[in-house]
Write a protein that binds this ligand. Structure first.
Ligand code: AMP
Length: 114
């Protein structure tokens, strides 16, 4: 656990979150400031600063985060969804504990990459 990491504190139960799924190594909870009809974050319980660092250090857990993103989307009723990994402050990352945004219900025609 990293000190002063808000997501480590959610994993530890020290601050509340609306959990939607949990495995031995991952946790999924609703984003506090949703940007889409479905906006869930899937995180590894172990602390790594971003998704690529996680994948380099613990590829099995990175795979489980990705797998759980799909599980959560389908559980929430979305077969189609977007996964976003903001990496670095310049790219909008504000919490430096690896996470994937699971976004459902966005208008695909308005997406940056569409
Ligand atoms: P990022 O900008 O990719 O680092 O995303 C961090 C996300 O964490 C943002 O979408 C925030 O709204 C979300 N967030 C921050 N604090 C909390 C919290 N306590 N519970 C749920 N989501 C949070």
């Amino acid at each position: 656990m990293a000190t002063d990491c808000i997501f480590c504190k959610i994993v530890a139960g020290e601050i509340p979150a609306e959990k939607v799924a949990e495995t031995d190594t991952t946790l999924a909870f609703r984003d506090i400031n949703p940007k889409a009809p479905l906006h869930v974050l899937v995180i590894p319980k172990v602390h790594h600063p971003d998704a690529a660092s996680l994948a380099s250090a613990e590829p099995q857990i990175a795979a489980e985060v990705l797998s759980q993103a799909g599980v959560v989307a389908r559980q929430e009723g979305y077969e189609d969804y977007n996964l976003v990994f903001n990496t670095g402050a310049g790219a909008g990352q504000t919490v430096f504990h690896a996470h994937v945004h699971v976004l459902g219900g966005l208008d695909a025609s308005k997406l940056f990459l569409a």
